[in-house]
Design a protein around this ligand. Structure first.
Ligand code: NAD
Length: 500
């Protein structure tokens, strides 16, 4: 069954068919695989239909980007900035439609989707201004120039279908590269909507190309294309490590933001109410499908028994349902497959001796049977050797672990293969300082939720949470350019890319 949804012109029509956007045209493969995108809150509701590209179209996208590069890199910086600013204004003007579309294809609540759109725009504007300001740096009579690389490939996941795309695409284009985007096969429509706006913004054909399709098919073909100069990937650790092995051997510039088993440490002197709020907000936002969300709560033993009921009280108040309903504060999981994975992970945790304090099942409410819902789940008494302590669950499941003292909490925090986001809640600056020095994670917080970020700071997980270059902050520019030291007469150094 398909239901009509109100989307402005250019946004995917549930009854229409969206293809890939290559060389300034919407294109469909000769014998396309047609995929229906359904609302994860109601699998009977069709949100749109897309035609997956084939390897030939993927190659055509790289060729279009290569052909467009000489012209795009020659566009004066201020002009590139002007065009990208126009695109961001169009996104801003359509932000409610974007939020609605993200809710429909991803399942997160409208509030969460609107927050994603706002954060994406803020980060995109930061990146655009940062690139414009730093592309050319005058040092005395000399200059350091950041020159674009050529064709860059952006591969993105489904959990933040707009934020992960703009974070990469805006600095890449502002710096003078041309791009090929391969979004997740589970959330292609947000990318389609974005490219409709790009088309309307009048970017020259081939500057930005969109290839829809499966990772192991078109993703693989794009990664292997010899004209791709750099690859920016966000997704799972399994895929990221596979790409890293392949690309290390070829010497292609690579950045990978991957999974995490993010930890929030609660020391005995912490404000327990504020800490419980932070654990639940970062643990269950986007139904736990948030790369920097909290997966593990490690609590100093003397407050463990007091802290768990505070989590429970909050979880029992959560309202699960369709993200379009303003009363709902947790939507569904992205797919049936993802829900099966979560169910199995919880069953294994219980078999290993974890104690189930709430959730651990699908909701019984008849109104929720058409979606991929799962109750907010709290697993207590998890120990270091259990899989639930070691692996990313990526769903609405919080794992609680007691620790004798701060030293043991630190050892537990560091005792996984991941190192993405971390937070410690304490009133003791010295203890917090020791965690900040010794914790192995790329994003570290004191008395802030693990998901907190500022666009000016870099994003790169340690250990198996990241590979290659960081992204965001100043790395938006650094990753997508190479430097050229220019020694010459100031007059000859002053045009056309001067930014100061
Ligand atoms: P995924 O690895 O399954 O897919 C990510 C992207 O890679 C998709 O576009 C997919 O089609 C593509 N892909 C898959 N196989 C490929 C191949 N062989 N060649 C080329 N491309 C390929 O990840 P996912 O399930 O979409 O995303 C969820 C994961 O992303 C979670 O682990 C989450 O923690 C992580 N994530 C990390 C961050 C971060 O900043 N660290 C942000 C968001 C999500």
């Amino acid at each position: 069954m398909s239901r009509n949804i109100a989307l402005p012109s250019g946004f995917p029509d549930p009854a229409g068919l969206s293809g890939s956007y290559i060389a300034g045209k919407w294109q469909v493969a000769a014998d396309p695989q047609i995929i229906e995108v359904h609302n994860p809150a109601d699998a009977a509701e069709r949100v749109g239909r897309v035609a997956f590209a084939d390897v030939r179209l993927a190659e055509a996208a790289v060729e279009a980007a290569r052909a467009a590069w000489p012209q795009w890199r020659a566009v004066p910086l201020q002009d590139r900035k002007h065009r990208l600013a126009a695109l961001l204004r169009r996104i801003e003007a359509e932000k409610e439609s974007f939020a609605r579309l993200i809710t429909l294809e991803n399942g997160k609540t409208l509030r969460e989707a609107a927050a994603e759109v706002d954060a994406s725009l803020a980060e995109a504007r930061f990146q655009m201004d940062f690139v414009a300001e730093h592309l050319v740096k005058k040092q005395g009579g000399y200059e350091t120039r950041h020159e674009p690389l050529g064709v860059v490939l952006l591969i993105t996941p489904w959990n933040f279908p707009l934020a992960t795309v703009l974070r990469k695409m805006i600095p890449a284009l502002a710096a003078g590269n041309t791009v090929v985007l391969k979004p997740s096969e589970l959330t292609p429509l947000t990318a389609v909507a974005l490219f409709h706006l790009m088309d309307a913004s009048g970017l020259p054909p081939g500057v930005a190309n969109l290839v829809l399709g499966e990772g192991p098919v078109v993703g693989k073909a794009l990664v292997q294309h010899l004209d791709v100069r750099a690859i920016s990937f966000t997704g799972s650790t399994v895929t990221g490590l596979q790409l890293a092995r392949l690309l290390d051997a070829r010497g292609v510039r690579f950045q990978a933001e991957m999974g995490g088993a993010n930890t929030l440490v609660v020391l005995a002197d912490a404000d327990l109410e504020a800490t419980a709020d932070a654990a639940v907000s970062a643990g269950f936002a986007c139904c736990g499908q948030w790369c920097t969300g909290t997966g593990r709560v490690i609590v100093e033993q003397e407050k463990y028994a007091e802290f768990l009921p505070k989590l429970l009280t909050r979880l029992k108040k959560m309202v699960i349902g369709d993200g379009r309903d303003a009363r709902v504060n947790m939507g569904p999981l992205i797919s049936a497959q993802q829900r099966n994975k979560i169910e199995q992970a919880v069953q294994r945790a219980l078999a290993e001796g974890a104690r189930l304090l709430c959730g651990g099942r699908r909701p019984a409410d008849p109104a929720l049977q058409k979606g991929y819902f799962y109750e907010p789940t709290l697993l207590a008494d998890v120990t270091a050797e259990m899989e639930a302590a070691q692996e990313e669950i990526f769903g609405p499941v919080l794992v609680a672990m007691p620790a004798r003292d701060p030293d043991e909490a630190l050892a537990l925090a560091n005792g996984t293969r991941y190192g993405l986001a971390f937070s410690v809640y304490t009133r003791d600056a010295e203890k917090a300082g020791k965690f900040l020095r010794e914790v192995e994670a790329g994003l570290c917080h004191v008395n802030l939720p693990t998901g907190f970020r500022d666009p000016a700071l870099p994003l790169l997980g340690w250990k198996d949470s990241g590979r290659g270059w960081p992204e965001a902050g100043k790395y938006g520019l650094e990753f997508f350019t190479r430097t050229k030291a220019v020694y010459g007469e100031p007059a000859t150094c002053s045009k056309p890319e001067r930014s100061q």
